[in-house]
Design a binder for this molecule. Sequence first.
Ligand code: GTP
Ligand code: MG
Length: 282
Amino acid sequence: MGKGMSTETRSSPDKRVPEPVELQRPWRIMDSGKDELLDFVREFKPSAEVLRILLYGPTGAGKSSFINSVQRLLLGRNAMSALENSNLTGTTFTKTLNIHKVKKGSDQSYPLEIVDIMGIEISEGGIKKEDIIQALEGHISDGYVFNSHTSIKKDDPKYKKEPTLCDKAHCLVCILPADTVSRMEDHICKVKEIREHASLLGIPQVIVMTKVDKACELVSKDLKKIYYSKKIKEKVVKCSNTVGIPLNAIYPVQNYSESITQDPDTDMLILTAMRDILNFFQ
Ligand SMILES: Nc1nc2c(ncn2[C@@H]2O[C@H](COP(=O)(O)OP(=O)(O)OP(=O)(O)O)[C@@H](O)[C@H]2O)c(=O)[nH]1
Ligand SMILES: [Mg+2]
């Protein structure tokens, strides 16, 4: 069946005219060389000792899973670095700030660190906006346990008064789930304020849009169709308009969550996001 002629259709309520869910032309071109992308990420050398990437976003968005997915594709095997939430209760699962050194092998690491933090919640629970900013500025040490009622105190043993260049986040990545992008308004104020702060500090920012498999049936059946998916395109546009990040800084991905086996299409999307994040520092 040709492109634009998928059997998966949506009916408009009145006329029941089938709407194509698969675009005739991709809205983005898929990179072709997985090995090149992999080499680029593996050989990346930051100007500082390490490059630190801070992830933030709503609870359950897939922050911890993204870290595990990056780690997994670089190691070529399953490597649970960050604990993921297996039972979504609506409250944040990650409660501490965890600095994950991206592993190269059993006792070596890439010069990359990805920082996982508590999720943003709609209610009073979840991470405080001020704590995300403190983490961005490098004031919070590994292992700090967040308190959803108050932000870190300056006399806390995990508070770093004078962060070094390596303690500061060099890139800020907002993790947003594609399946609930339309309900993002609840988090948008916090996300925008954090973004503005990062912009003032000159920190590059991207969005990694997870759970594309849950947002689009076409993509769930075949991840290769991601850039032909009308639904995913709409979600990327919505995200761009709401958060105020250019379209080309939004990366839809599927994390390794349930699947055990390595998948080249899953790898390509995650690698594309990582390559572009690292490209800020070339
Ligand atoms: N289908 C699917 N599930 C995903 C994807 N990414 C993450 N998940 C699942 O979503 C759930 C939450 O993922 P986590 O990585 O724990 O989310 P988190 O953002 O770290 O959540 P908190 O720590 O609570 O803030 C887990 O059950 C994951 O397996 C994805 O791309 N597709
Ligand atoms: Mg988590």
